[in-house]
Design a binder for this molecule. Sequence first.
Ligand code: GRF
Length: 211
Amino acid sequence: MKNFNLAVLASGSGTNLQAIIDAIKKKKLRARIKIVISNNSDAYALKRGQRNKIKTLHLSQKRFASPKEFDHKLVSILKKEKIDLIALAGYMKKLSPSVVRKFRNKIINIHPALLPRFGGKGMYGIHVHEAVLKSKAKTSGVSVHLVDEKYDHGSIIFQKEIPVRDSETAESLQKRVLKIEHQVYPYVIGLFAQNKILIKGRKVYIKNSGR
Ligand code: GRF
């Protein structure tokens, strides 16, 4: 069987990257992480990649003469590695429309709330959970979506809902949601690897997922 090649793009601690690595190790996910890319040289995600003998790359737009040159480099690396799916896992840089176009329907992101609410510019990290609590929503959760040209806007592939507890703080909610992320992301990547994702326009279908 052909390898399913993943690129993981991360800017921070990389616990979602770790969950993907662990799922592959446990053979729960049949895929190979060909490369971990970060815009942040200090990202702990890069360390996690190195520790697991995965190719890692610090790629910062600041080091390129223009955004176009950065895009060109990123695309050429992803093509060279024959990447089937790009998983954004806490990647804090918006991908340019030209990169999105070249990998249309092959870039996914995980978001720590139930989109389309609580997404968009500025909705990252603890801010998301603060907004959820402020809204008095009874539930929150995890969304995995396709990446398009706008923040947190692409079609939703999969969501998992959890209740917001009465005693909840933004920090406790963040912690509980993150735990769910670690289950959901490898699962959804597995659906892609098994060719179980069907995309028709803006609709995403999961073929006989058993869930
Ligand atoms: C996660 O909450 C994810 O949903 C969001 O960024 C965070 C990344 O966390 N996009 P980690 O670096 O994987 O620990």
